[in-house]
Design a protein around this ligand. Structure first.
Ligand SMILES: Cc1cc2nc3c(=O)[nH]c(=O)nc-3n(C[C@H](O)[C@H](O)[C@H](O)COP(=O)(O)OP(=O)(O)OC[C@H]3O[C@@H](n4cnc5c(N)ncnc54)[C@H](O)[C@@H]3O)c2cc1C
Length: 387
């Protein structure tokens, strides 16, 4: 599928990960152990020093200027090698949105800080009662002199506790003819007085996400992205980029390889039923990859992704869930935290299988639930309204 040049490039990337990303960190990624903020930042800085922190950004903003195919090879090779994810919020979601809609001052100030990892961003869109129906969000921002005064609550704000900045959707015109028309996007420094970040502990027992409360938080007027009341338009760009990054083909490939290995260890490769289930997942993954590369070909020709991004999100997230479920089934009793086979190289990861299984429950919810993705696809094909 790849040219000789593209294959050589993949090997260059592989060698870089192996030399610059510590084995400890890569092992953690393979074993589904959370990497620390410091470990992620160290890897971010190594990539930044090599000029590879933002492969998908245009060269004028400090990106590599690579083709979509090179960018794809890069991110999938990183995933295969167990490099930690740098997180999507700054590099994949806010950065491209600022490039398109930010003021010249916002681009000049924030883009280099995203690139270097100096600012760590979180996404403040969802609220209690405003998830799928995001346009009904209530967090209010009122202009008072040269500041916006923000009051309200955000919900499910992933990594807010490890971030210093949030891009948030806020209601700036409650009287707009349509709810979507009264929303703006604000860049909020989380150290501002009046911001209160409280943990949410998920089913896997970990804190990755939060509730964030705003009590008369004063945000400089120049931190409004683009124009007032246009935040809904900007949020479409953010969410489109988020959905593209949820398919995780490299991660799925790694999981499939592990599944085959564990199934063989457990004697399951003699079971026609289990073999058929592995084959089915493998075919789905090939189809997903074929679709992603077809999208890249179109991107090369300058065609923006349409509903394919929604389709990739659905299929990629379902496959992640299916593979962790098959892994739990294949490992069987070995997936229990204590048990025989402690010397097994897969052992630490096996003991965390249930956690991974729970982790992947969320991928069909965040970035817009899969039901909502299906509604969007149906609507774009002319089958009724999305909400
Ligand atoms: C772990 C995690 C991390 C997250 N991180 C972030 C973050 O960092 N920032 C952020 O802003 N948000 C974040 N979210 C929020 C996420 O985007 C929302 O949870 C998601 O959009 C669903 O909204 P909701 O939870 O309010 O559920 P609801 O909108 O109440 O939906 C509940 C159920 O009803 C279904 N449903 C709702 N409306 C329809 C409809 N019209 N047709 C068919 N089915 C429908 C949904 O599919 C879902 O199954 C995160 C969520 C989770 C779980």
């Amino acid at each position: 599928m790849y040219t000789a040049r593209e294959q050589a490039f993949a090997e260059e990337v592989r060698a870089f990960v192996r030399s610059e990303c510590s084995e400890d960190v890569r092992r953690k990624v393979f074993e589904a152990v959370a990497v620390t903020a410091q470990e992620r930042l160290a890897w971010h800085k190594a990539l930044h020093a090599r000029g590879w922190a933002a492969p998908h950004w245009p060269a004028e903003h400090g990106g590599t200027g690579w083709s979509p195919v090179e960018t794809y090879i890069f991110s999938e090779t990183l995933a295969e090698e167990g490099a930690p994810d740098l997180g999507s919020f700054g590099l994949k979601m806010l950065g491209p949105t600022l490039m398109q809609y930010g003021t010249p001052e916002q681009k000049a100030y924030y883009l280099p800080r995203i690139l270097s990892g100096e600012d760590i961003w979180c996404q403040g869109f969802s609220e209690p009662g405003a998830g799928s129906d995001l346009a009904s969000l209530k967090t209010r921002a009122v202009l008072d002199g040269d500041h916006w005064v923000v009051n309200g609550q955000k919900m499910w704000t992933t990594m807010a506790h490890e971030s210093n900045m949030m891009f948030a959707l806020v209601r700036t015109d409650p009287d707009a003819p349509k709810p979507q028309m009264g929303i703006s996007m604000l860049l909020i420094d989380l150290k501002t007085p009046g911001v209160d970040i409280r943990p949410i502990i998920l089913l896997n027992g970990e804190r990755t996400t939060n509730e964030v409360f705003f009590d008369n938080v004063r945000v400089p007027a120049e931190n409004l992205v683009g124009e007032p009341h246009k935040g809904w338009t900007y949020s479409r760009v953010v969410l489109g980029n988020e959905r593209l990054s949820i398919a995780r083909i490299g991660l799925n490939r790694r999981q499939l390889a592990r599944l085959k290995r564990i199934a063989a260890q457990q004697g399951l490769t003699t079971s026609p039923l289990f073999r058929a289930r592995i084959a089915e997942a493998s075919i789905e993954l090939d189809a997903l990859e074929a679709m992603a590369t077809a999208m890249l070909d179109r991107a090369r020709a300058g065609v923006a992704p349409g509903i394919e991004a929604n389709m990739l999100k659905i299929k990629g997230s379902e496959l992640q869930q299916r593979l962790t479920r098959l892994l739990v089934e294949a490992a069987g009793r070995s997936a229990a935290p204590f048990g025989p086979g402690a010397a097994d190289p897969d052992r630490p990861w096996l003991a965390r299988l249930f956690k991974s299984h729970f982790d992947t429950r969320v991928v069909s919810i965040y970035g817009g639930s899969n039901e909502i993705q299906r509604n969007i696809i149906a609507k774009s094909l002319g089958f009724g309204a999305s909400r």
